[in-house]
Design a protein around this ligand. Structure first.
Ligand code: SAM
Length: 413
């Protein structure tokens, strides 16, 4: 890869070029670095590089003709041209990865008050390194170049850049070196032992926890890591999981605050990858397991009445309102049990011994038996398992009218 810096102060790059990592990368032919003085591409006359802005205002602007001349002197068809500037797209590790794939990047440093607006037409991107204003784009261009160069194959020796902050969308785990105790602060014991799995587990957990604490903005969505899964606890799932802990195989809560929840990743494989017979038997076993939970002291109410009265935070469609209303009119007998509320095959984990874990409990609570029954029938239908076969496996006398209403209700809720 080649990186060209375009600047009116080319000497600004000399200390960067002498950084050991950069010097070595250049020496080993991993990157070719060119520093081009914009002044060399002008006739050297007074005000050939910069001039005062039309319409008045303080300071000087780099001239569009000087910048374009310099750009054409270094660019070819493979070049990606990037103007450094506070109005640009924010530079990120993701962008560094994208740029590391380019054959040639040209980083153009503005100065004084910036560049003539018309120059923006001649560049591919404008990139900012942060919401603050520097005197010139040289240091910003160095930041971009350094982040890109260390991603090139062979540049970092012994360490993979993949373990670092932002690579997996989270911050890096905290690290320690000698001495093992300093001012009474000890290195975490797990790092002193040689158990690789325990160490990996510790590092992953601490990285997630640091990100929650220091950069929650990076955590846009719920996600699975190797050992843990991270959720936004927007419906008090932590409370439901705690209540279920000795009643159902649910994940372990390893961290919680008022927004986030870190859970253990379930062992085994999901029912989605199981064969037909296993799906049928397990789904029946899951429902029986849920229905056998004693709900007398369960504080989580997911009944239709509660949903309709808006006390559970679901937005109801007009269709849902209509159906629930209809269900009231036909005066269905209520048969309350503990219900999962959002059953899916990939939310049920199985291992050799049976059901190892059921996840995603945010809609769980007391509800009519037909709520999960209807969802399960729909799920099994997609697997080619008919309703009758399932009901037989459940050993259950069905109220067909009620089932019909619930099959429609779970569709729209
Ligand atoms: N007048 C400009 C404004 O208010 O947006 C600021 C110009 S700044 C003083 C001069 C040059 O520094 C810019 O043309 C740009 O190349 C560089 N620069 C300043 N802040 C930067 C940032 N946050 N990221 C990238 N380059 C920056």
């Amino acid at each position: 890869m080649k990186i060209t810096f375009l600047s009116i102060f080319p000497e600004s790059f000399s200390s960067f070029l002498s950084f050991p990592v950069i010097e070595r990368a250049v020496r080993n032919g991993l990157v070719d670095i060119e520093v081009k003085d914009i002044k060399d591409c002008t006739d050297g006359s007074f005000r050939a590089i910069d001039d005062s802005p039309y319409g008045g205002g303080a300071g000087l602007l780099l001239r569009v003709d000087a910048l374009c001349n310099a750009l054409s002197a270094v660019a070819d068809a493979s070049s990606r041209t990037i103007l450094m500037g506070p109005k640009g797209k924010m530079f990120t590790q993701k962008m560094a990865h994208e740029l590391a794939e380019e054959e040639h990047i040209i980083l153009i440093a503005g100065h004084y008050e910036g560049v003539d607006e018309r120059f923006r037409r001649y560049v591919d991107d404008e990139v900012s390194i942060g919401d603050y204003v520097l005197t010139g784009g040289e240091s910003a261009a160095i930041v971009v170049a350094e982040a890109v160069i260390r991603l090139l194959d062979g540049v970092l020796r012994g360490k993979s850049s993949k373990e670092e902050s932002f690579e997996d969308g989270i911050l890096e785990y905290p690290q320690y070196t000698h001495p093992s105790v300093y001012d009474k602060a000890e290195v975490p014991e797990v790092l002193l032992g040689g158990n690789r799995e325990e160490i990996s587990r510790f590092c992953e957990f601490e990285a997630i926890r640091d990100t929650i604490r220091l950069r929650p903005d990076l955590l846009e969505e719920d996600r699975n890591f190797n050992f843990f899964s991270l959720h936004r606890d927007y419906r008090n799932e932590s409370g439901i999981i705690r209540w279920l802990a000795n009643r159902l195989p649910v994940p372990e809560i390893l961290y919680e605050d008022d927004r986030y929840l870190v859970l253990s990743r379930p062992k085994g494989r999901t029912l989605a990858s199981a064969e037909r017979e296993r799906i049928l038997k397990t789904m029946a076993a899951v429902l029986k397991m849920l229905w056998s939970i004693d709900i007398s002291d369960c504080p989580y109410d997911e009944s239709l009445g509660k949903i309709v009265s808006g006390q559970r935070d679901r937005r109801l469609s007009y269709e849902a309102w209509r159906l629930i209303d209809e269900s009231e009119r036909i005066q269905m007998s209520e048969d309350m049990v503990f219900s999962h509320g959002s059953l899916r095959l990939d939310r049920i984990f199985v291992n050799g011994n049976g059901i190892s874990c059921i996840i995603d409990m945010q809609y769980a609570g007391i509800a009519d038996r037909y709520r999960d029954l209807a969802s399960a029938i729909k799920l099994l239908e997609k697997e080619g398992i008919g309703m009758e076969e399932f009901i037989n496996a459940l050993d259950f006398d069905i109220d067909e009218k009620k089932l019909e209403v619930f099959l429609r209700i779970v569709n729209v809720l």
